[in-house]
Structures are given as structure tokens and as C-alpha cells.
Write a protein that binds this ligand. Structure first.
Ligand SMILES: [Zn+2]
Length: 178
């Protein structure tokens, strides 16, 4: 039997600093329709984001959120205008900081997540990361627009070599004798 942790809805409002202090992890789904910006790009309200996050305090005492968020998003193919599925795969390496100043002091491997005290909207955090991975335009992998057939095939007129332009000259030469 499938375990209860599958297909669970990811909680939306949590206290990320508290989660980090406690070394908690979270896994669950977000329905794309609950993410306004990503939902706008999606043609299918049933698209689902799978999220797995770990909250921790690293050796340098940064409160970090690491993990992944991925989904298949149904968008419009910009070549044939039919729906096409694109895979979004975001890797999170966030450090929770209070302000810009502390954001600048972070090592390169960590992306700043500027948050005030208390609860934060986890969906917005995940959505921001996914949007960074959303291509500006999407196309089917295959050549989705068929080459439209180009008129009739096989009825090429043969270039007739028997009609020799010099024949005209011959005729002129054979003009009536005086
Ligand atoms: Zn297409």
C-alpha cells in the first residue's frame, strides 16, 4: 500500500527559521493552480509540483533550505500553438537572511532568501525558484509542424534538348535565294 507521505499537500505557511533550527524536512505536492504566476503559464490546472525540502543549520550557522521542486507544465508550443509539456526542475540552495547586507556576505553556493521573522509563504519561495527555470518560449522536441506538401510531385516537364535555339538561325540562313 502506498504510504501516506505520497501526494500530500505541501503546507503553505511555515516558519522557515524554526524549521531550520529543528532540522526538519518537508515533502509534498503543490497544485499549479495555487501558484498564480506559474498557473498563468500552464494550460492544465491539474499540473502538480513535487517538492522535497530540507531545513538545516550549516557549519557556518547559515539557516539553509535545500532540496528540489519539479513539475511537468503544460504550455503552448510557440511553433504549432498546440499544448506541449515542459519539465521544470529547480534545485534549491537557499540561505535565510534578514537583509540585503547579509545576503551579500553569503558564499556563492548559497542563494539568499531574504525573510523577516515568523511565517513565510513556502509556495511563493518554491514558485520563484521554478520560474527561474521556466523557458521564455517552449517548443515540441519533434518537428511539430509537418512540411506541407508542395504541389504535385513527379510531373516535372523534361527539359527538351531537341528545341535548339540555333535552328532559328538555320532558318534565317535558308532564306529564299535571290
Ligand atoms: Zn509544437
Amino acid at each position: 500500500m502506498s504510504s501516506a507521505t505520497e501526494n500530500t499537500q505541501l503546507p503553505r505557511f511555515i516558519d522557515p527559521r524554526k524549521f531550520a533550527q529543528q532540522g526538519l524536512s518537508l515533502a509534498g505536492d503543490i497544485t499549479v493552480s495555487e501558484l498564480s504566476r506559474l498557473g498563468e503559464a500552464s494550460l492544465s490546472s491539474g499540473d502538480n509540483v513535487k517538492v522535497a525540502l530540507e531545513f538545516d543549520v550549516d557549519e557556518e550557522r547559515h539557516r539553509v533550505i535545500t532540496g528540489s521542486a519539479n513539475c511537468h507544465l503544460t504550455v503552448t508550443c510557440q511553433r504549432c500553438l498546440e499544448p506541449v509539456e515542459v519539465g521544470l526542475d529547480a534545485q534549491l540552495n537557499l540561505a535565510i537572511v534578514w537583509d540585503e547586507e547579509r545576503a551579500k556576505q553569503l558564499p556563492k553556493a548559497l542563494d539568499p532568501l531574504i525573510l523577516g521573522e515568523g511565517q513565510a509563504d513556502l509556495y511563493t519561495i518554491v514558485e520563484d525558484e521554478l520560474l527561474l527555470n521556466l523557458p521564455m518560449v517552449s517548443y515540441h522536441d519533434e518537428n511539430c509542424i509537418e512540411q506541407t506538401s508542395f504541389g504535385d510531385e513527379g510531373s516535372e516537364t523534361e527539359a527538351d534538348s531537341s528545341s535548339n535555339p540555333f535552328q532559328v538561325l538555320e532558318q534565317l540562313k535558308g532564306s529564299p535565294k535571290s
